[in-house]
Design a protein around this ligand. Sequence first.
Ligand SMILES: O=P(O)(O)OC[C@H]1O[C@](O)(CO)[C@@H](O)[C@@H]1O
Length: 356
Amino acid sequence: MIERLCAAHPFGPDVREALTALLEESTRGVVEPLDDDAPDHDVWAAWTEGQLGRPWAEMSFLWAESYFFRKLLGATGYFAPGPWRGVDPFAPMKRAELGSDGTAETLAALDSLPQLADADRDTAVVQAAVWGNQADLAFQLSTDASGTTSGLVSGSAEEFWSLFGQAGQVHLVADNAAGELSADLVLIDRLLTTGRAEAVVLHVKPNPYYVSDAIPNDVIEVLHQLVGSAGEASAIGHRVQDALRDGRIAVRAHPFFCAPREFSDMPDDLRAEFSSAAVTIFKGDLNYRRLVGDRHWEPTRPFADAVSHFPSPLAALRVLKSEAVVGLSADTVSSLDEGGEAWRTQGSHALVQTRS
Ligand SMILES: O=P(O)(O)OC[C@H]1O[C@](O)(CO)[C@@H](O)[C@@H]1O
């Protein structure tokens, strides 16, 4: 990742040295404090309490990844006065994905939506939102993911839609930008146009994170792409734009979304927001880890038990890329295990799980 960033940006010696030092620290060293005075310094001081001086190799996966991305931003000068302030170091990679043939094909395929019967259209937008999560640049950098799809290990589009009764405020906790976020905006448009949601809050990351995670600027980029496309993609883009203008869609970026913490530890203000939601939709693998707890659970543990801490009805739409998984039937687990594939981690299986 660091090599890719140095190839993508004309960083000077100071930034390159800071990135090399981060590579050394995170692969062979101990956890060092932040050496910048960014506005989030104090909040990170609390999150790093008791962790400084410990070898990186001993830190939990979730904690280490979040801290790594925070340190990486510090090293690129994201928080410091100078030319790199506020520059998303992952923007070239996200832009390449957004402008790719794959994304263009996905957007062109939206033209078939208006011809579908309502139920089929419902299924199609949920499937697109689930499998859109395959397009994750951090995962592609760390695995040899082939992009093949093997189906849902749990749940269905029908289960997802059964969560929605009377229209209320729906929250969507987004994951990746570009292709995945396009599919999320299509889902949001469906929620609003079918009257299942009267308003939607779209939660994105406050800072660049996990390479391709969406930040507020990515919402604008994806919207431009939709509006500038032809056919149904453009129609959806215009409807989403109108909904942003009249407040039916709000975009928020709470600092907790880049925290090395699970959702059971979320701060009171965020908990209060979710408490008023009719439904909260969680996208992606990392949000799932943070939702059910990033542990080696028995995969048959009921999903409702694992998310009992969460204050609103919820749905998780996720491609499996890491070990944590719950809510599967014993038969599903044994047949997946017998298949001999790395089904939990290779990004070829997905799930839809809900709790009303
Ligand atoms: O974008 P997603 O679906 O949250 O996936 C990110 C996943 O990729 C990884 O960074 C690498 O496998 C996981 O740690 C993480 O859960």
